[in-house]
Design a protein around this ligand. Structure first.
Ligand code: FNR
Length: 183
């Protein structure tokens, strides 16, 4: 049974991207498990902390969950046409020490989606992820794209994905990514 670990790049409780990840868990094809992980609890990267007390527990735990998964689904917000600092910070910690990069990220299938109340659907943020995925040696999947714009209309007040068009796009994307992960 393929297992995909999902990370939403936002800390807020009512995050559109957190809601999109939750919807992905519900819409995953039968037999595919989406493990909803979180970047909360990861401190700001500080090389003095790393050399003094090592890798924080929250980082080690997330590294293990990524290692254990067949694929990684990144659900990214967009800040100032790029990647929010909190999620870049998490990735930077996850890439430490460099000797662990191949076992955590090497050849790992990765798909990216994102949601924003704005009109651009996180296109620029998703593009900004590409050099990161490359340098970590991942195996990005570009079979389908999902840019959720006007996210306030796509979800109801409880955070349930209600836009049928987005649901179909997300289901199709997850089916394609699952096939890629399993190949
Ligand atoms: C934003 N937002 C935003 N949206 C967008 O589509 N393009 C952008 O460049 C930006 N820039 C930006 C900068 C900063 C500092 C903030 C705080 C916000 C809006 C952003 O998409 C919105 O806050 C989302 O709700 C963030 O995602 P979550 O937390 O809902 O998952």
């Amino acid at each position: 049974m393929p297992k995909i670990v999902g990370i939403a790049g936002s800390l807020r409780k009512a995050s559109f991207n957190g809601w999109l990840l939750r919807a992905a868990k519900e819409l995953a094809p039968a037999g595919t498990e989406i493990d909803v992980a979180s970047i909360s609890g990861i401190p700001l990267y500080d090389a003095d902390v790393e050399s003094g007390s090592g890798i924080p527990d929250a980082v080690t735990a997330l590294k293990e969950r990524i290692k254990a998964a067949d694929g990684l689904l990144i659900v990214t917000p967009e800040y100032n046409h790029s990647i929010p600092g909190v999620v870049k910070n998490a990735i930077d910690w996850l890439s430490r020490p460099p000797k662990d990069i191949p076992s955590v990220f090497g050849d790992k299938p990765v798909a990216i989606v994102g949601a924003t109340p704005g009109a651009g659907g996180t296109r620029l943020s998703q593009a900004a992820w590409l050099p990161i995925l490359r340098t970590l040696g991942t195996r990005p999947w570009f079979g389908k794209q999902l840019y959720v714009a006007s996210a306030g209309q796509a979800f109801d007040a409880e955070g349930k994905l209600v836009d049928e068009k987005v649901k179909k796009l997300l289901s199709d994307l997850l089916a394609g990514f699952t096939a890629f992960v399993s190949s």
